[in-house]
Design a protein around this ligand. Structure first.
Ligand code: LMR
Length: 334
């Protein structure tokens, strides 16, 4: 691990000095952990195209998908050190960095649809949350959608009690950890790149992933059952190394800002379509049985999981929770 840090530090200094000296060319390394065919992967490529066009080639964007460079936790360290300049981690991954407020997005059933998510992300609350990253040397540029998560396992999951005793892979969020404990499941924090093998070898029994990641990572091939519980949201923050971004020439930064804006519109436009397509593709594969819970079954999941909100209120901040309820019209007593 020490070696890794040393390597990152060397890389960081090379990158920063390289950036300053390389005859007018600015390189943005954009690292991420999912496949190029995911909403995030496609939006990263679209950003690359726009950024290179609009800066007339002054900026080169190198996109590294599938954890080619770094896994979940390492990529945030690499960004802070300047070894990469841009990432789009899931909002569930900022807790270990000390910005736990983003875990409000992990609360089960707090959002019913994309409109509710977008009201929060693209409103003042979303902006305020991105601002919290600045003390960590990170600038938050935008939010990108992915989709709603579903439980998968080899055994069918139709009620919350079916998850009792099962080892379920989660992202590094305390809210997700509590979600699993509330169901009597055993949460296993694991990097995304390790999920397929962990499912295949039985290190974990199941996951909560949205369809596009389940499909493109091929994890569905090692899960016989998928239940469309849609119990939580997975979205991203598009972030950059603040020192790098603030140090860019003003005209280049403005061109990149406009590329960010348009790539974000694109990301948020394709997210639902891509997830719907992934559900259809999983169904068509015949490898995984896709189950849609009845309204009663959905209610049972909701009832079982809503206590997570109150259990985690002190971690994410009771005021923030109230603000989110207000934005989305969520009524905790209902
Ligand atoms: C996960 O770890 O399940 C996701 O956050 C991966 C991603 O970046 O979509």
């Amino acid at each position: 691990m020490k070696l890794k840090h040393a390597a990152l530090a060397v890389c960081a200094s090379l990158t920063l000095s390289g950036f300053a000296q390389a005859a007018g060319e600015i390189v943005i390394k954009f690292s991420h952990v999912v496949a190029p065919e995911t909403p995030k992967g496609k939006a990263a490529e679209y950003f690359k195209k726009l950024a290179e066009q609009r800066t007339h080639g002054k900026v080169k964007v190198q996109v590294y998908p599938n954890s080619q460079l770094y896994k979940d936790k390492e990529e945030l360290e690499a960004l802070q050190l300047g070894a990469v300049q841009m990432l789009a981690p899931s909002l569930a991954k900022f807790g270990p960095l000390g910005v736990k407020e983003f875990e409000v997005f992990d609360l089960p059933y707090v959002f019913d649809n994309y409109d509710e998510v977008n009201k929060v992300m693209h409103g003042p609350l979303g902006k305020q949350l991105l601002g919290k990253l600045e003390t960590k040397g990170i600038k938050g540029l935008a939010y990108w959608d992915n989709g709603f998560k579903n439980f998968s396992a080899n055994k069918p999951i139709k009620s919350p009690t079916d998850l009792k005793g099962m080892k379920i892979r989660i992202q590094s969020s305390k809210v997700l950890e509590e979600e699993m404990r509330t169901l009597g499941a055993l949460p296993q924090v694991m990097a995304f790149s390790e999920v397929y093998q962990a499912l295949q070898t039985g290190v974990v029994d199941g996951t909560e992933l949205e369809a596009s990641n389940l499909y493109t990572s091929k994890a569905y091939e090692v899960q016989k059952n998928l239940t469309l519980t849609q119990h939580g949201f997975l979205g991203y923050a598009l972030i950059v190394n603040k020192k790098f971004w603030d140090g860019l020439p003003a005209d280049v930064r403005a061109q990149l800002d406009s590329a960010v804006q348009d790539a974000s519109v694109y990301a948020n436009k394709i997210a639902k379509e891509e997830n719907d397509k992934a559900v259809a593709a999983i169904k068509a594969s015949g490898k995984t049985k896709v189950y849609v819970p009845t309204p009663q079954e959905r209610e049972a999941f909701k009832k079982a999981l809503l206590p997570v909100h109150q259990k985690m209120a002190s971690r994410i901040g009771p005021d923030l929770l109230k603000q989110i309820y207000k934005e989305t019209g969520f009524n905790p007593g209902k």
